[in-house]
Design a protein around this ligand. Structure first.
Ligand SMILES: [Zn+2]
Length: 61
């Protein structure tokens, strides 16, 4: 079985272990200056690919 890379998945799908391991990356890269909002989960991120249903935040301002 190929090793699963959490970065291939949206942060919405990360489990607690993945979150703990990548919390630094999450804080400094993903949520530091968010431009996208997940319309399914309400999470925010700098890139659309980090979210399962990302939409540009500016659409909703
Ligand atoms: Zn999501």
């Amino acid at each position: 079985m190929p090793k699963r890379d959490p970065l291939d998945e949206p942060i919405c799908k990360w489990d607690r272990k993945e979150l703990e391991k990548l919390l630094g990356f999450l804080v400094t890269e993903v949520v530091a200056s968010p431009h996208y909002i997940c319309i399914k989960c309400g999470r925010a991120a700098s890139e659309k690919d980090y979210l399962c249903k990302g939409r540009k935040m500016s659409h909703y301002r």
